[in-house]
Design a binder for this molecule. Structure first.
Ligand SMILES: [Zn+2]
Ligand SMILES: [Zn+2]
Length: 276
């Protein structure tokens, strides 16, 4: 069984009830965080997982809403790891290493304060970054992780992740329009977690900067068609733009069901879906 927890179902638009994009994937004893948006550690804690329990942090792309709290993950993993240092594994597209290096630079005063203050803290955060665009992600866990490029231009490169555990597989697409890389990742998978926006609503809001988001995200219809094409059993929608009030996602589900015949899941932050 693979458990999906939608830690943050929001978007760049601040929302009092929705944290930024982040998804927790759990299988066996392992915990993987996909993206690290606004408030990720509050939600991770609510899901019963600590930063020091993460087997990997997987970044789909370097848009601010997906990485804004990555610094908090790095700091919290560092100061809550006792005894032998265990590197925090971060995986992302090319550019991720530079972002992590800059985060560590931005944190350098704090890192100095903590090393000076705690006798048992002698080294800066131990962070290991893997940059990848396609293929198997070499982490030490039992869960097999692979990635393929997605399509979110001008944001480039961007990637989606697939998690295989025993007979189950789940794909986390990130922000993308329908594309060959995502289709490839979804072959034989049981679950697909997909970012969605309601183009039918946004098209009627006369704000150009909002209109722009339509050309590099999937609509509910497009995400559902991707899921149907791949034959997945469960489609999990997240990253709602514009977000619906708590408990009022029925219309989104209804639209998805016109294009996808399987199980459709969506909801508030901490919505949990089991795949088996
Ligand atoms: Zn994005
Ligand atoms: Zn996004």
């Amino acid at each position: 069984m693979i458990t999906i927890t939608l830690l943050g179902t929001g978007s760049p638009i601040p929302d009092p009830n929705r944290a930024g994009p982040a998804t927790l994937i759990q299988a066996g004893e392992e915990n993987y965080l996909v993206d690290a948006g606004r408030g990720v550690l509050m939600r991770l804690t609510a899901a019963g997982c600590g930063a020091n329990m993460l087997n990997g942090v997987l970044i789909t792309h370097l848009h601010s809403d997906h990485i804004t709290d990555l610094n908090d993950v790095i700091t919290s993993a560092w100061i809550t790891t006792f005894g032998k240092p265990k590197p925090l594994q971060i995986v992302g597209p090319p550019g991720t290493k530079e972002v992590v290096d800059r985060i560590l630079h931005f944190l350098s005063f704090d890192i100095g304060y903590r090393i000076d203050h705690h006798a048992d803290l002698n080294d800066p955060p131990d962070v290991d970054v893997i940059e990848i665009e396609s293929g198997n992600v070499e982490l030490e866990g039992i869960v097999k992780i692979s990635t393929e490029p997605t399509e979110h231009r001008p944001v480039h490169p961007t990637i989606g992740f697939r998690f295989d555990y025993k007979d189950d597989a789940v794909v986390v697409a990130g922000d993308t329009i329908p594309c060959a890389g995502l289709d490839k990742l979804c072959v034989g998978a049981k679950g697909l977690v997909h970012t969605v926006i309601r183009k039918d609503i946004i098209e009627n809001i006369p704000i150009e900067r909002l209109q722009d988001v339509c050309d590099y995200h999937s609509s509910v219809e497009e995400a559902s068609q991707t899921a149907e094409r791949a034959g997945v059993e469960t489609l999990v929608l997240t990253h709602y733009v514009p977000a619906f009030p708590s408990g009022q996602g029925e219309e989104w589900k209804e639209i998805a069901s016109q294009h996808f015949s399987g199980r459709i899941e969506l909801g508030d932050d901490l919505h949990r879906v089991e795949i088996d």
